[in-house]
Design a protein around this ligand. Sequence first.
Ligand code: NAD
Ligand code: GLY
Length: 361
Amino acid sequence: MKTLQVELGERSYPIYIGPGLLDDVQRLGKHIQGRQVLIVSNETVAPLYVESVKAALPQGLQVTDVTLPDGEQHKTLAVLEKIFDAALAENHNRSTTILALGGGVVGDMAGFAAASYQRGVNFIQLPTTLLAQVDSSVGGKTAVNHPLGKNMIGAFYQPQAVLIDTNVLTTLPPREYAAGLAEVIKYGLICDADFYQWLRTRRDALKSRDPKTLSEAIERSCAAKAQVVAADEREGGIRAILNLGHTFGHAIEAQQGYGNWLHGEAVAAGMVLAARLSAERGDITAGEVDALVEWLEYQNLPVAPPPDMTVEQWLAHMARDKKVIDGRLRLVLLRAIGDACVVDDVSTAALEAFLAPFCAC
Ligand code: NAD
Ligand code: GLY
């Protein structure tokens, strides 16, 4: 087992990575405070793993299960209320611990519930998708969607610990696994050219979910994320680079209807757009873009946005991006492979001209 640390002063916490961690009684028990536990999961993950987690809890706790409907379309305020309903019905108090057992949807919702239930309770991330293991469970971003925009209602709220059980990836459907790989590749693109090359040369091992390769990829991804979050917890600056491909990706997700494009799929297509725009600005080469496209396709990821979006739809979604400051859009682009930056000098006209060839209109 590997342990990393997210260094945030008094809010620092460990990330444990290894096989079988959901069954690790000592590890889980160490981070539970109080005598009450609320396990938040969903209707797909709960039947697979909730009993293991319950068996790993210390004896004598009051345990309440909340099973949410599965899917991005259920990441809403209305569904969030189910967590509060269960907590209140079972008299959970301020010393309760919320366990988020699932992918990024469960993690983001359970985290937001933990941030706001009785003004904040303990919570532990038990991520079960590759995407959640390398990205959403680390860093304290919690949220639900609004029909007008993704992750628009939420809070920064750090967990007490993240336990990454790599065994659970064996039950992940292929499309979800590929979506997680998009976020792994993102770390190489934004801040670690060596990691990017390391991953590229292991594309077959990644595709076949080779445990050793996967474990190292998860560890290096979490280390990169922990470093960025430690430098800029609330995204005043550098943390924005973690959003490479996300401004385009969130527009795709919202326009196509939440859940139709997976988050990681939208990020993959968005990263290609960001890479193409970076190449147009002369920062990376057309050959580097082609190599990225070929590799993402090999990992079964989409490399172009849906063709039915209009320029107006793109711009409307992008105007609501959380990186917009005083009406000015900021985009994460690449200065080089392994070196992302935030730019605010792409005019609306330039963006329209860039997007037009990808649009139906
Ligand atoms: P998800 O949570 O919808 O999970 C994907 C699917 O896999 C679901 O159907 C789920 O039930 C199923 N599943 C989960 N674990 C499984 C397992 N081990 N075996 C079988 N099936 C399993 O999607 P996701 O890709 O994990 O997360 C996407 C969400 O994460 C989005 O809402 C996105 O906005 C959010 N996100 C948040 C952050 C952050 O920093 N907070 C970062 C990236 C993404
Ligand atoms: N996934 C982007 C972030 O955590 O900041």
